[in-house]
Design a protein around this ligand. Structure first.
Ligand code: SF4
Length: 117
């Protein structure tokens, strides 16, 4: 989907259960860095999918994005696929594919269809 199509679809993250992140301790770096400082703006942005309106501590966000880039560089140097992934598509591949982890560890591009960068 394009960004506009994704916004119109209002697809919730499949890891969001009963309003809480079920993977909180190991959530993606981007999620860890993206912390709203205004709950009201955040709730409004959810309805309008206007995430750019959400005030976030930008230095914290950039630190986690940098950590993600570093992890990807390490993965690439180890000969593994190292793309930025669209989370929902990547979860679908990870949870429904056969031997996904073993294939990724072997350097196969198992997440290619979820790559966004
Ligand atoms: S993985 Fe990220 S987007 Fe999904 S529920 Fe957790 S914090 Fe939200």
């Amino acid at each position: 989907m394009s960004e506009a199509q994704f916004a119109a679809a209002h697809i919730a993250c499949p890891l969001l259960l009963d309003g809480v992140c079920s993977a909180y301790e190991t959530r993606p770096f981007d999620c860890q860095g993206y912390m709203s400082t205004d709950a009201g703006v955040c709730a409004n942005a959810r309805n309008n999918y206007d995430i750019r309106a959400i005030p976030i501590p930008i230095r914290r966000y950039r630190a986690f994005v940098d950590a993600r880039h570093t992890m990807n560089q390490v993965s690439a140097r180890m000969g593994r696929e190292a793309s930025v992934l669209e989370l929902i598509s990547a979860l679908h591949i990870a949870l429904n594919g056969d031997d996904t982890v073993d294939n990724w560890l072997a350097g196969k591009a198992v997440f290619a269809e979820a790559a966004i960068e």
